[in-house]
Ligand binder design. Structure first.
Ligand SMILES: NC(=O)c1ccc[n+]([C@@H]2O[C@H](COP(=O)([O-])OP(=O)(O)OC[C@H]3O[C@@H](n4cnc5c(N)ncnc54)[C@H](O)[C@@H]3O)[C@@H](O)[C@H]2O)c1
Length: 269
């Protein structure tokens, strides 16, 4: 049965949120858009709610009455543990817990490739691999995935965790030849998640149909995702003389790229 309750989008003032807002309204109708920062104007069919995800009571009010949830709010870069703890760890708990209390969902949650960033570019991954976060940010996304697993198993909730690679209009770096997901493919993935008969806790790699992809979604056949874009279209522009990067550089060697090399200082054994 079609859910006529409004859809909730967190992180609505962010880069992906701003692109998604009109498209979600077109697809699903009424949208409740939220962020910790003010943004305006509201689009036709949109209600804007300013709320801090770390504030459990505010999140409870935010989630009350909605159906589908797209939880994209949170800190999207490496920073101090305190900030990540509040926005990503407590924030994601607050969203999932409010969704449980109010019988809201399914939930599409923006995890990240940085939950598995310490795999190397030679590794080929599916959803069964152990997490290998490359940053405190990545740890918070791994936590969000574990939390999704818990809420799915314990309370029967449906939560898709998208390990988004690099969602942007075009790939602009050789690494993106493997990690890019076009905005249109991201939207296709969200729609496929909401169309799935059941999600439980489903881990998906948010990636286009890239020739050089490191990731496979073969363990999620119940999500009918057919990406239409391929970063290879940009290869001649990005690496006109072939890929000449230093493959021993941690930012190149590991899938997480610059999130790995940032502060990388392994102890000598
Ligand atoms: N863009 C990508 O390529 C990519 C890749 C992997 C994962 N992701 C994830 O997807 C989501 C959206 O990405 P984006 O590129 O739009 O990021 P973004 O930083 O542009 O947007 C995130 C939004 O969350 C909001 N936010 C942060 N802390 C908050 C809090 N405590 N309460 C309420 N709102 C808060 C911010 O104000 C911001 O508007 C993020 O969770 C990010 O980690 C994005």
């Amino acid at each position: 049965m079609t859910d006529t309750r409004p859809t909730l989008l967190t992180g609505a003032a962010g880069i992906l949120g701003r692109w998604l807002r009109p498209r979600l309204i077109e697809k699903y109708g009424a949208l409740r858009s939220s962020d910790v920062v003010e943004f305006a104007p509201a689009l036709p069919g949109e209600e804007i709610v300013v709320a801090d995800l770390a504030d459990a009571e505010a999140v409870d009010r935010l989630v009350n009455g909605v159906g589908r949830i797209i939880h994209f709010g949170g800190i999207s870069f490496e920073t101090t543990f305190d900030r990540i703890l509040a926005s990503n760890i407590a924030g994601t708990y607050n969203v999932f817990e409010a969704a449980r209390r109010h019988n809201a969902g399914p939930v599409v949650y923006s995890s990240s490739n940085h939950a598995i960033g310490f795999y190397t570019r030679d590794d080929r991954l599916d959803a069964s691999v152990t997490q290998r976060p490359d940053s405190l940010y990545g740890v918070s996304k791994a936590f969000g995935e574990d939390l999704a697993s818990f809420f799915a198993d314990k309370y029967g909730m449906d939560i898709a965790c998208l390990r988004i690679g690099t969602a942007r209009p075009d790939p602009i770096d050789p690494r993106h030849l493997s990690t890019w997901q076009s905005y249109e493919d991201l939207l296709r993935m969200i729609e496929a998640c909401f169309a799935a008969p059941e999600l439980g806790c489903t881990i998906l790699y948010g990636v286009s149909n890239n020739d050089r992809s490191w990731w496979s979604n073969h363990l999620a056949p119940h999500v009918d995702y057919h990406p239409q874009d391929n970063a290879e279209t940009f290869a001649a522009k990005l690496i006109p003389d072939g890929d000449k990067r230093d493959f021993t550089d941690p930012a190149v060697k590991y899938q997480g790229g610059p999130f790995v090399s940032d502060g990388y200082a392994p102890r000598r054994r």
